[in-house]
Each structure stands twice: as structure tokens, then as C-alpha cells.
Design a protein around this ligand. Structure first.
Ligand SMILES: C[C@H](O)[C@H](O)[C@H]1CNc2nc(N)[nH]c(=O)c2N1
Ligand SMILES: N[C@@H](Cc1ccccc1)C(=O)O
Ligand SMILES: [Fe+2]
Length: 288
């Protein structure tokens, strides 16, 4: 989850030049560990049958069901063995180029703070539950692990080509809010959904949002919102297909083609769309 709401422009006190900080795991209080356990139990009950097989497999392989906030060093040891990724602590949102550089080197940046008990249902900033429970299980999947590293490299290139907004949308509609078509039906793999109990239901069950078959150029042109449930989800046929399309397509000509075109409003459905659900947008209309 991320929006550069108030990203500083230089590392805060105590952070290294690459913005990483010690996780300081021994400093977590019993209440902070209990907050993690409440959030974890809630999702663990809800996600079987909703989250993608790869997500559930990663959750298990990384032993995230152990109670309390995970120790990034122990977690990284397991993750390194599986896909070469590690989890590093940062104090909050980091500048785009820092974010991409860590990703291109298989380092996932995770907030080391956890939300307060009164923020259980929603918070704007990525905390350790969103980053570690939401994002890290997918990093245990070899195909998705390759996708994220390639994404990191693509980010550095997108900055050079002035296409950060377009590449950011690809991240948003896959890594944060992506759905995947599995044999048994639609499943969630996006961290922004899987770390939210309300949106884990909404994204699959509610008739309100659109659900549209993934198309790279379409995703890169489509706006999104950061302050409420998504009005629009894109569905990939598989992680293999997502990796193939993004790795094999040279984005430079694609950026050239779409940069002059107008953005596509968040809830719009286009004639060429592979429509899985034409949403009623009832929920969005009901919001102040
Ligand atoms: C760059 C990308 O578009 C995205 O907004 C980045 C910005 N900085 C970040 N910083 C942190 N800590 N976590 C994130 O997910 C992101 N996302
Ligand atoms: N193919 C992209 C790089 C990329 C790969 C995978 C995911 C996102 C971006 C480019 O040419 O810039
Ligand atoms: Fe995220």
C-alpha cells in the first residue's frame, strides 16, 4: 500500500542512506504483538477460499501463523532460502527511487510500526501488518518473486522515461489490489485487499465494483483511488501470464503510445474490456 502522502526527501534521524532502520523487534510491547495476533486471526479465518493458493502457501511456508509481530531477521532467513528476497525495516514511505532500488535487489521494505488498536479496520500508511502479512507471503512464490524484482528494475527505467504514474498503476492494480482467476474461481493476491478484512469480502462478493480482465495498457491508463475500497479490480489469468507479459514487453514504446492519451476514469468500462463484472458502483455512490 502506498501513496507518497508525506514522503520526506532525506532519511530521517537514525535511518541509513538507503532509508533502512533496525526493526528493533525486542522493543515491541505486548499490546503491539496482540494487535498483530488480532489482525492475523481475523484474516486467517476469512482467507481460505478467498486468497490465492500462492498466498496461502507462502503464509504457511514462512510460518507467519506463529504469534506476534515477525522478527524480520528470522523471516528473511526463511524467505532468502525460498526466493532470495529479504525484508528490511523502514520508518514509513520512502522516495520512489529508493523503493525501486530495494526492490530491484530483492529487498522488500516494510514499516516496522503497527497500527493502534483503534485503527484495526483501516489506515492510510503501510504498517507492518499490511507490509508483512499483505505482501511478504507472495514473495515466497518464485514467479511472483521474479515479477517484483523486474518491477523494481522497471521502476528505475520508468523514472527516466517520465512514466512513473503509469508504472505506479501497474503496481496498484496487481501487487496491491490484484485478483487472479483460479480453477475454483476468483482469488485475491493484492496486499491491499488481503490485509483488510472488509475489502477481502468486498473485492470478491460485492456487486458494486467492476472486475475486468487484465490488459497492460488499459491498467497503465486507469486512475485509482487511495482512500476507500476500489471501484475497479483487474483479474490476471495466472502469475505466469503476468510475469510473461510484463517481462517480455518493452515498456518504452508502450509509454510513448499511452502517455499522450487521456487517463481512464476509475469506474469507466470501455468497449474493448473483457468484463467479468459490470459493477453497480452502489457502494461508491453511498459514500459521502
Ligand atoms: C513508487 C511506488 O509507486 C509507491 O508509491 C512506493 C512509494 N514509496 C513507498 N514506500 C514504502 N515504505 N512502501 C511502499 O509501498 C511505497 N510505495
Ligand atoms: N518490461 C518493463 C520492465 C518491467 C518488468 C516487470 C514488471 C514491470 C516492469 C520495461 O521495459 O520497463
Ligand atoms: Fe502495499
Amino acid at each position: 500500500m502506498a501513496q507518497d502522502t508525506h514522503v520526506l526527501d532525506r532519511p530521517p534521524e537514525g535511518a541509513s542512506a538507503d532509508w533502512t532502520i533496525p526493526q528493533n523487534w525486542q522493543a515491541y510491547t505486548a499490546e503491539e504483538h496482540a494487535t498483530w495476533d488480532i489482525l492475523f486471526e481475523r484474516q486467517a479465518k476469512l482467507l481460505p477460499g478467498r486468497a490465492s493458493g500462492a498466498f496461502l502457501k507462502g503464509l504457511d511456508a514462512l510460518r507467519l501463523s506463529e504469534s506476534g509481530i515477525p522478527n524480520f531477521e528470522e523471516l528473511s532467513e526463511r524467505l532468502m532460502k525460498l526466493t532470495g528476497w529479504q525484508v528490511v525495516a523502514v520508518p514509513g514511505l520512502v522516495p520512489d527511487e529508493v523503493f525501486f532500488d530495494h526492490m530491484a535487489n530483492r529487498r522488500f521494505v516494510a514499516g516496522n510500526f503497527i497500527r493502534r488498536p483503534d485503527q484495526l479496520d483501516y489506515l492510510q500508511e503501510p504498517d507492518v501488518f499490511h507490509d508483512v502479512f499483505g505482501h511478504v507471503p507472495m514473495l515466497a512464490d518464485p514467479v511472483f518473486a521474479d515479477y517484483l524484482e523486474a518491477y523494481g528494475r522497471g521502476g528505475v527505467r520508468a523514472i527516466e522515461l517520465g512514466a512513473l504514474k503509469q508504472l505506479g498503476r501497474l503496481y496498484w492494480y496487481t501487487v496491491e489490489f490484484g485478483l487472479v482467476q483460479e480453477a475454483e474461481g476468483l482469488r485475491i493476491y493484492g496486499a491491499g485487499i488481503v490485509s483488510s478484512s472488509a475489502e477481502s469480502r468486498f473485492a470478491l462478493d460485492d456487486p458494486s465494483p467492476n472486475r475486468i480482465g487484465f490488459d497492460l495498457a488499459r491498467v497503465m491508463r486507469t486512475e485509482y483511488r487511495i482512500d476507500d475500497f476500489q471501484q475497479n479490480y483487474f483479474v490476471i489469468p495466472s502469475f505466469d501470464e503476468l510475469l510473461r507479459v510484463t517481462i517480455e514487453t518493452d515498456f518504452a514504446p508502450l509509454y510513448e503510445e499511452i502517455l499522450p492519451l487521456p487517463d481512464i476514469p476509475v469506474a469507466e468500462i470501455l468497449p474493448g474490456d473483457a468484463v467479468i463484472t459490470q459493477g453497480t458502483q452502489e457502494y461508491a455512490r453511498s459514500r459521502p
